[in-house]
Design a protein around this ligand. Structure first.
Ligand SMILES: [Zn+2]
Ligand SMILES: [Zn+2]
Length: 174
């Protein structure tokens, strides 16, 4: 993941001072929970860091897209995301409150913070489009591309398998 550093020298020692930012950032491809997350276009981050004394308050609007895999047809698709961020930062880890992010010296690295919010915004149900038809359970063709070669004909093997399965389930519950 590419760092995204903001220089806070100007607001570090002055309570109520604020530093605004308006930047573009490409997070860099990564793997998360065994799934590849790919980024093609720059993300837009617009916000400010406000010095509250002990704590720096970060607020921002984040907008961009990520390339995910459709859960039905398995094709890659572009998922747009747009979300707000509100985070509090301290110069050292706070043992009693792990919700604080930590900054070092005169720099705040936004990348980790943005990524944490970004991951929580990922849709659980991933679809290339609302009406994705998915794969044909018989021949495996992508049904969004039109009628598949098997033409929807039911494979007799599959039908038998289904029956056997319910029979097996029936007995295993006894
Ligand atoms: Zn799909
Ligand atoms: Zn088919």
């Amino acid at each position: 993941m590419k760092p995204l550093k903001i220089d806070i020298t100007n607001i570090r020692r002055e309570i109520a001072a604020e530093q605004s930012f308006d930047l573009k950032w490409i997070p860099g491809d990564m793997t998360w929970q065994g799934e590849p997350l790919r980024f093609r276009d720059p993300w837009h981050l617009k916000g400010r860091i406000f010095n509250e004394g002990d704590v720096l308050l970060l607020t921002a609007d984040v907008e961009g897209n990520i390339i995910l895999q459709c859960g039905a047809c398995l094709e890659s698709y572009v998922q747009d995301l747009d979300f707000p961020i509100e985070a509090r930062l301290k110069s050292a880890p706070d043992q009693e409150n792990p919700d604080y992010f930590v900054y070092k010296g005169n720099e705040v690295d936004l990348s980790e913070i943005v990524l944490e919010f970004l991951l929580s915004e990922l849709p659980i149900r991933r679809r290339c489009r609302e009406d994705c038809k998915g794969l044909c359970p018989v021949c495996g063709a992508n049904r969004n591309d039109g009628e598949c070669s098997c033409n929807g004909t039911k494979d007799p093997e599959l039908t038998v398998d289904e029956r056997l399965k319910s029979l097996r389930d029936y007995f295993s519950n006894k």
